[in-house]
Design a protein around this ligand. Sequence first.
Ligand code: OXD
Ligand code: MN
Length: 633
Amino acid sequence: MEDDAPEFMEIHEIVIQKLGHVPIVKGDFHMLPKKVQKFLAKWVYTCKPRALYICDGSHAEAEEVTHKLIERGVLTKLKKYENCYLCRTDPADVARVESKTWIATDDKYETVPHVRQGVRGILGQWKHTKEMEEEVNSDLDGCMAGRTMYVIPFSMGPIGGPLSKIGVQLTDSNYVLLCMRIMTRVSADIWEVLGDNDFVRCVHSMGCPRPVQRKVVNHWPCNPDKIMIGHFPARREIVSFGSGYGGNSLLGKKCFALRIASVIARDEGWLAEHMLIMGLTNEKTGEEKFVCAAFPSACGKTNLAMIQPTIPGYKVRVVGDDIAWLRFDDKGVLRAINPENGFLGVLPGTNMKTNPNAMLSFQNISIFTNVAETADGGVFWEGMEDEIDKNIAITNWLGQPWKIGMPGNAAHPNSRFTCPASQCPIIHPKWEDPKGVPVSALIFGGRRPTGVPLVFESYSWQHGVMVGACVKSESTAAAEHTGKKIMHDPMAMRPFMGYNFGKYLQHWLDMEKPDRNMPKSFHVNWFRVDEHGKFLWPGFGDNVRVLDWVLRRCAGDESIAVKSPIGYLPKKGSIDLTGLGDIKWDELFSLPKHYWLDDMRESKLFLEDQVGTDFPQVIWETHAQEKRIEEQL
Ligand code: OXD
Ligand code: MN
């Protein structure tokens, strides 16, 4: 490990001695675990902050930081709610930047698969460790000049839990600190739990040292031209530069809980996935089942996790809305924890009809980023038209006067709320159970306007891995992609892979063992449209009807499924459609032969191009899907 190399030891010793020159405005450096001291010393030496602030996660700290942010104009208090704030970023810093996200290893093929010659790989971006280090050292040299470096101890998962992991994030943004306090568990107790153990090293800078070189917009100093999000899985380190937005800067989320955690999971025999976790209790029997669902970014994981059922019989409770860490226990049961502490949800489209539980979650302690503001101190975004006073004046996310019906958007399409998960009215009482909850089904899905039925079940675990590998979806505003193109997003993990995707698929296959209770797996699509572009399925609360079918399948009901060339489909009429009016079942479940042949060939080509020799052939061999479609459809 780099930390133990003699020359680094020397540098650390010197810097530790020299730290006296960097005032510590809060906390006691000497009380920190030695490994943390070294980590800190190294980055103080590189980033050259004006002061050090060691966070303790206390309420007083939140008050102090919030007050500072309001004073400086970064946050505006929203007087319509309790402890809620609006933040407008620099409009050049509004989404995750996948093109500037890198995984650094010495061996390229540890990170990315062997793509077919001439093909540009899209399953992760690799840089050699040395090259990445040089870039990091040059970008971060003096990057915090004139600014305070905050030291944030945090836990992903309940503090001290057997499935939890600890991180320490350094940042020069107190907006990031405030969001980290919501999204992760920040506490001084971390130092004790950590002891001599290792932790994930997270370094974040807005990349805007003083005196500033670039005009600061909206009090949001950033460096959009030089954004760089680098991961060093071997030494469990993340360095993010230039952006303060969501997944770019809240390093516990995508960078740690998915990219670095997927590498840890590979090494330790578990899975770190882009999945929601929810519990459904059958109100008649009292039996509860948990499901996890993997959909690409901004495809409705938060809405599904917080669903308000439109049919009687189920009580739904949310455990997590974005990330699941999954591990088989010693009884062979797959258990899931939500490593996060809060929700960072997309706002446009969210309202009291589509997701009342989300709306009720952010009435208190919440940060709204890049939404519009109403003159009475409330918030507004596309989809809230029926929920505000029609005559109220609105200011859009850019700070300009706005009226409903004007061209463009009031809120940025990737505007977000950040709120503690505990505020959700249907948060599961066991959402922080350190052992996790037992999982009965895994569900994949995406936005597929044509061809793909509402739901189907894979034949087996192995087939489920193939179905997951073939996930595609229309692009959304969560990252920098523009337009509505259908993109491959295998396992909903394309932007979040921490290592070679072929090896990752093999790791999934290796999860299957005779003494394990393998969950069933499914694929859903709420977004199929008819020839006029109208959705064939109402979605939202009605999706519980599909979950009901899924759970009946998990309970072993053979009578409700028919075998098809792509998996098991619901037998006609086996999904409860009571009260829905005219649902075009045949269209919703049709499998157009040409579509599926093209789709299968295209997916196969994609995986052969992108994963090449790393693709576990057994998946193709066992599941001659193309042949089945050719012969049986
Ligand atoms: C997210 C994302 O923020 O997937 O959760 O982009
Ligand atoms: Mn996500």
